[in-house]
Structures are given as structure tokens and as C-alpha cells.
Design a binder for this molecule. Structure first.
Ligand code: SF4
Ligand code: SF4
Length: 238
């Protein structure tokens, strides 16, 4: 099948909608028992992470199926990290999952290292004169990329330290062209942000979560879908 990026986008959109429809009001045999178990406050955070990881894996499998069907494969590879210098916007719920996962590692050296990296990010961020009133305009994104501030979760080997719970914005951004171009600009031809999948992942997670919080016997937990620059809020939650 010979297609262009626009057609590829339409295929992803259709498939992401189907995925989301499947997750409205019904849960498969993997998710059902975990959602049921969320009535236990002691395992609440663990179960939240498990739900996210299962949904994230399902989304990744769906994306891989489309790659196979269309024979349209990204040129991204491990250790390639120019996109980790971009302004990454995340929903607050994603930040909560990231921080819960970091704490779950129960590794004080790991947590200390992450805290140091986040402090260093804030210091670089302030030095460049950026305001904490971020916005997602093209100008802001271009300026942020030029400042060349690495994501605090990017380690020395150019790997993501929170890879299993990395935000939707990271897991659905691909290049289908020369990957060297990604180091030159925040806006590169042949890169592709499969937004429908990051949206489907977040919404299906929130739906699973809401099926629990709508139960008055359980928890009064507030779902927040506002979005902000990744490192800004992680620091407050750790
Ligand atoms: S989007 Fe570009 S920089 Fe990011 S992993 Fe893919 S090829 Fe590398
Ligand atoms: S969270 Fe991970 S994948 Fe995303 S920008 Fe940071 S280091 Fe890169």
C-alpha cells in the first residue's frame, strides 16, 4: 500500500477512535479485575499504574499493527533523542502517573538523581529568561527548542529514565524521514505526531479511573486534564 503522511494520519485517527469506543463502558479481561480491585485503597496507586501500563501497551500494539499493515515504519531508534529537547506538554494526570511510578521504584538514589535533574532543568529554564506562564504556540516551541534544554528524564546514554510511563506526547511522536533533521528544528518535515493515540490513551485511562471514582463508596479523586510543560509540575509532586 503506497500512502502519504496525511493518509497515514487518517488511518491512525480511525483506529484510535475504534480503540476508544472499545474502552467506553467495558473492560477486557486484563483491565476488569484491576479496576474491580481499586476499591482497596492500599493498592490504589499500584493499580492506577497497572491500568496505564496495560493501556499504553495496547496502544503501542495498535500502532505497530498499522505500521505493519501500511509498511510505513518510523526511522526513530534507541539513543536518538533530539526530540527530547522539544517542549513536551503533558496532562496533569500523566504527571501523576509518572510521579507514582517513580515513587514505586523505591530507589532513593534514582529519586535523588531525578530531583537533581529537575532542579537543573529549572535553573537552565530560568537562565534563558523563560516565564513559567508557558504556552504551546509555535513561537514558544521554536524558542524552547533553540534553548537546547534536555528533558530532565533524558540520561547520559540518551535513554528515557521513565520510559514505561513516558507521556503520550513522547510515545506518539515519530520521524519518517532523515532523523538527523530532528536536531535542526522543532518543526521537521516528515515528523509525525500521532495525536489521536495520545488522546485515546489518556481518555481510556481517565474512563477506567472514572468508573472507580464515580462510585460514591470509593474515592473522592479529582481528574485534572489541564496540560503543562513536563518538568514544571513533576517537581512539586515528588
Ligand atoms: S523523532 Fe527524530 S529525534 Fe526523535 S527519536 Fe525519532 S528520529 Fe530521533
Ligand atoms: S520523558 Fe523521556 S522520551 Fe519524553 S522527552 Fe523526556 S526523556 Fe524524552
Amino acid at each position: 500500500m503506497k500512502i502519504d503522511l496525511h493518509q497515514l494520519g487518517q488511518i491512525h485517527l480511525k483506529q484510535a477512535k475504534t480503540f476508544l469506543d472499545r474502552h467506553i463502558g467495558s473492560y477486557d479481561k486484563e483491565l476488569g479485575p484491576i479496576i474491580h480491585d481499586m476499591s482497596d485503597r492500599r493498592s490504589f496507586d499500584q493499580n492506577k499504574i497497572s491500568i496505564f501500563l496495560i493501556l499504553a501497551e495496547q496502544v503501542e500494539n495498535e500502532i505497530k499493527k498499522i505500521e505493519k499493515r501500511t509498511a510505513y515504519f518510523p526511522t526513530c531508534s534507541q539513543g536518538c533523542s533530539s526530540c527530547c529537547y522539544q517542549a513536551i506538554y503533558v496532562a496533569s494526570e500523566e504527571i501523576k502517573i509518572i510521579t507514582a511510578w517513580i515513587k514505586q521504584q523505591k530507589d532513593s538514589a534514582f529519586i535523588r538523581l531525578i530531583k537533581e535533574r529537575i532542579q537543573s532543568w529549572h535553573s537552565s529554564f530560568r537562565k534563558t529568561g523563560f516565564s513559567y506562564n508557558t504556552n504551546d504556540s509555535s513561537d514558544y516551541k521554536a524558542k524552547y527548542f533553540r534553548a537546547h534544554i534536555p528533558c530532565p528524564f533524558l540520561n547520559e546514554s540518551n535513554s528515557c529514565m521513565i520510559y514505561p510511563v513516558r507521556p503520550g506526547a513522547c510515545r506518539t511522536y515519530f520521524s519518517f524521514g532523515d532523523k538527523r533533521a530532528c536536531s535542526s528544528s522543532a518543526f521537521v518535515e516528515n515528523t509525525f505526531d500521532v495525536v489521536p493515540w495520545s488522546t485515546a490513551l489518556l481518555i481510556s485511562y481517565i474512563l477506567a479511573h472514572e468508573s472507580v471514582i464515580n462510585n460514591p463508596d470509593l474515592f473522592d479523586t479529582h481528574i485534572d486534564t489541564s496540560s503543562t510543560l513536563l518538568p514544571i509540575r513533576v517537581n512539586q509532586l515528588l
